[in-house]
Design a protein around this ligand. Structure first.
Ligand SMILES: Nc1nc2c(c(=O)[nH]1)N[C@H]1C(S)=C(S)[C@@H](COP(=O)(O)OP(=O)(O)OC[C@H]3O[C@@H](n4cnc5c(=O)[nH]c(N)nc54)[C@H](O)[C@@H]3O)O[C@H]1N2
Ligand SMILES: Nc1nc2c(c(=O)[nH]1)N[C@H]1C(S)=C(S)[C@@H](COP(=O)(O)OP(=O)(O)OC[C@H]3O[C@@H](n4cnc5c(=O)[nH]c(N)nc54)[C@H](O)[C@@H]3O)O[C@H]1N2
Ligand SMILES: [Mo]
Length: 708
């Protein structure tokens, strides 16, 4: 009987299996999913969704369901390592934690003494949970060179919202009548918001999807799917604005009271006719008018834009042009439109203002050299309190404006950077590299010291998330091998470098208690002990109208169609109005006839961190290059045949998948794979001058069949 119960993984005294709670941290740091772990003898036997957890209510996506393989992967680092061979050779010997940390502290201090504190780069990959500590460490060390993956992630959206509204905004989907998902794909990418969207449809809402790809949402859920040519949306948004103005659909009273720069904007969009939009996007103008009419048909309609718009050389302005149609119709801070987001902790929206900013900035150095990217992307620094990492490789190679000598790489994935192979190679320019990761990566192979990091199962974590929740979990299982968590590594370094930063050195628990002051939580021990989510007592539910009643955080104090912040930089060729720019790609259209979109999300992968998980890899054929059957026929390419995808900077070899998902002339693939790395062929010069973002979702290539 016991055998059968064990086999069925039934929890209870007879089997010794107990259910422990944890939070999945594979994706979505701001919208966590709760996990029920079936644990016996401190080993996870099975993972299910935590039934009562507010975000996912017992449901899990494939990534969460595969988290046991993530935890027990053979690629996990288990002990500190010291490099004994050439950089990149993969030859290491084990050393003790004390020895490893001493070496790192000593090397970073040596570089600081010789070249100044800015010569050390403190880098953080996709993970968000240890960021405030790493950021504070950078500042305490005396520099602003704190670089994160957000240099290519949601920060361009944060910039765009802040540029227009002076605040980050979130769409109020449940209360909306019409939702236009414009370059966002929440059904796959933000599944908790995707659920809202399905509920919205069930409640009779109308969904428009604007996406060059035939997505599941476009096919199965949308009422209208507009399929513009990749990157042409700005013409459509500005033509819609022009149409809305001409038809008198604008909210004049709202504009008079709250908006800056309407006349200049009106003049600018007057050049964007429906005919021009049709010519550029390939969408009949009647369809554009149909969507514009739907958009103005009720007060509670909204545009839900996404990162799909920002990953291109004119991505920031494209995103802003889409937001602008919300502005002229007064669809802000009213039910079913946009509401401001209050991020509390590690990008988690807790609905109250904690003290994360003070934690990070109280020790911010005043007189130091400019952070990476400052000379090239000045606008970034008006909105984002980090260096712009897409300028890292250039500065590393040229030493301009000053040399970079040391790197602390926390979860650094070189494959997220354009021309990644060259990026990886340039890491050799560093005198000293420390890497921490969960898995042994190629960046680890470049490091002098490699430190093994704990997974989310192995550490406790405090999170704030939607609907004013706070949760603080405990470690669910002991660490594999000799892993430590990143905050422990950071505080140990701080101590050994004698930075005299008491709050930082006090560690994770003290930092959380400090940053969550203001939450109204009086008994943190009880919160931590229970591990259950609670509503923060001081978090206020959003009240429509509260944002409009207050001063906006822009130069004019109003919502800006014409950005006074952008106008501060006349020498950088930036336009204060969201006009369209021509693609700045020099690639010859004859030689490189296809537009490639890389990194449109797939449900069974997230970036590079899941590439070693066979349970996830088995769910799709990736990496593949997706190509329209008509194009494939012209090129004589059949399903699964090997092809080369070629750009001016390189080529990758991978099988073809014939699919209508991409229109003719457009192809696509997912990023993050070792065997076919999309970013190895993306020119590093293709950067958005406003945000510094790479052109992940739009560059030119050619496809050649492999001759066998
Ligand atoms: N399963 C899974 N989920 C994820 C991730 C993952 O890797 N896997 N990554 C997470 C991360 S880090 C992020 S930043 C978010 C991103 O999530 P989103 O903000 O939704 O952004 P993307 O997935 O980059 O792009 C969304 C859509 O934009 C479309 N798009 C691309 N170019 C254009 C264009 O020119 N015009 C229009 N109209 N649409 C365009 C794409 O086809 C895609 O369907 O997803 C998160 N969720
Ligand atoms: N072509 C293309 N490129 C893209 C994109 C695209 O759409 N197309 N999207 C961009 C976007 S939006 C993003 S967010 C980035 C992805 O950002 P990346 O930083 O590339 O994301 P990952 O590969 O998930 O994670 C980086 C590393 O962190 C490690 N790691 C995971 N958890 C921890 C931890 O707790 N501690 C430590 N020390 N390490 C940990 C992982 O093992 C991995 O090696 O990629 C960008 N690059
Ligand atoms: Mo991202």
């Amino acid at each position: 009987m016991n055998e059968q119960l064990l086999k069925a993984k039934i929890p209870g005294e007879e089997t010794g299996i107990e259910i422990r709670h944890s939070l999945c941290d594979i994706c979505m740091p701001g919208m966590p999913c709760g996990l029920d772990l079936y644990v016996k003898d401190d080993k996870i036997l099975k993972v299910e969704g935590w039934k009562e957890f507010p975000g996912n209510k017992g449901k899990l996506c494939v990534k969460g369901a595969a988290s046991r393989e993530y935890q027990y992967s053979s690629a996990r680092l288990t002990q500190p390592l010291k490099r004994i061979g050439e950089r990149g050779s993969g030859q290491f010997e084990p050393i003790s934690w004390d020895e490893a940390l001493d070496i790192c502290a000593e090397q970073f201090l040596k570089i600081k003494e010789q070249y100044g504190p800015e010569a050390v780069v403190w880098n953080c990959g996709y993970s968000k949970w240890y960021r405030p500590w790493l950021h504070r460490l950078t500042h305490s060390f005396g520099s602003l060179n704190y670089v994160t993956e957000s240099s290519t992630c949601h920060c361009a959206e944060v910039m765009s919202y802040n540029c227009v509204f002076g605040s980050y905004m979130r769409p109020q989907i449940p209360a909306a009548k019409v939702v236009i998902a414009w370059g966002s794909n929440p059904l796959v990418n933000k599944i908790n918001m995707g659920k809202n969207l399905m509920q919205f449809k069930e409640n009779g809402g109308t969904l428009v999807v604007i996406d060059p790809r035939l997505t599941q949402a476009a096919e199965k859920l949308s009422d209208i799917h507009l399929r513009p040519r990749i990157g042409t949306d700005g013409y459509m948004a500005n033509a819609m604005a022009n149409y809305i103005i001409e038809k008198g659909y604008i909210d004049q009273d709202f504009i008079d009271r709250y908006v800056h720069g309407f006349e200049a904007y009106k003049e600018m969009v007057s050049h964007y006719t429906l005919e021009l939009a049709e010519e550029k996007t390939g969408i009949p103008k009647e369809k554009i008018v149909e969507v514009a009419e739907l958009f103005v048909s009720a007060p509670n309609t909204l545009v839900f834009p996404g990162n799909g718009l920002t990953h291109r050389v004119d991505g920031f302005n494209l995103h802003r042009s889409v937001l602008s149609i919300m502005v002229i119709t007064g669809k802000v801070d009213r039910p079913g439109t946009y509401s401001p987001v209050q991020e509390t902790l590690c990008h988690g929206p807790g609905g109250f203002r904690g003290r994360e900013e003070e934690f990070i900035n109280d020790v911010k150095p005043k007189d130091c050299k400019p952070p990476i990217g400052k000379g090239h992307f000045p606008l970034w620094f008006d909105y984002i309190n980090e260096a712009q990492g897409t300028d890292l490789a250039r500065q590393l190679r040229t030493g301009d404006p000053y040399p970079l000598k040391g790197l602390a790489a926390f979860g650094m994935n070189y494959k997220m950077f354009p021309e990644s192979d060259a990026f990886l190679e340039s890491l050799k320019e560093f005198d000293f590299i420390m890497a921490t990761d969960i898995f042994h990566t190629k960046v680890c192979d470049m490091a002098d010291i490699v430190l093994p990091a704990k997974t989310f199962f192995e550490k406790g974590e405090a999170k704030c998330f939607s609907d004013r929740f706070v949760v603080w979990t405990k470690p669910a299982v002991p660490a594999v091998g000799d892993c430590r968590d990143d905050v422990e590594i950071i505080t140990e370094l701080a101590k050994r470098m004698r930075l005299n930063d008491e709050l930082l050195e006090a560690g994770y628990d003290a930092g959380i208690r400090y940053m969550l002051e203001g939450s109204g939580i009086t008994d943190f021990d009880a919160l931590h002990e229970s591990g259950e989510p609670i509503v923060a007592p001081n978090a206020k539910p959003y009240v429509p109208g509260s944002y409009l009643a207050s001063e906006k955080n822009t130069i004019s104090g109003k919502i800006e169609l014409y950005s006074e912040t952008i106008a501060k930089y006349p020498d950088y060729g930036l336009n204060p109005l969201p006009a369209c720019a021509e693609q700045q790609d020099d690639a010859d259209i004859q030689d490189y006839p296809f537009t490639i979109m890389t990194g449109a999300r797939i449900s069974n992968a997230i970036h590079s961190r899941t590439t070693g998980i066979s349970w996830l890899r088995s769910q799709s054929k990736d990496p593949v290059i997706k190509i329209n059957p008509k194009d494939a026929e012209q090129l004589g390419i059949k399903e699964d045949e090997m092809v080369f995808v070629i750009t001016e900077v390189g080529r990758i070899r991978l099988p073809a998948m014939l699919t209508e998902e991409y229109a003719e002339g457009e192809v696509g693939m997912y990023h993050g794979f070792d065997e076919a790395n999309a970013n190895s062929i993306l020119p590093e010069t293709l950067l958005d001058p406003y945000s510094g973002f790479p052109a992940f979702k739009q560059f030119r290539c050619r496809i050649e069949k492999e001759e066998v």
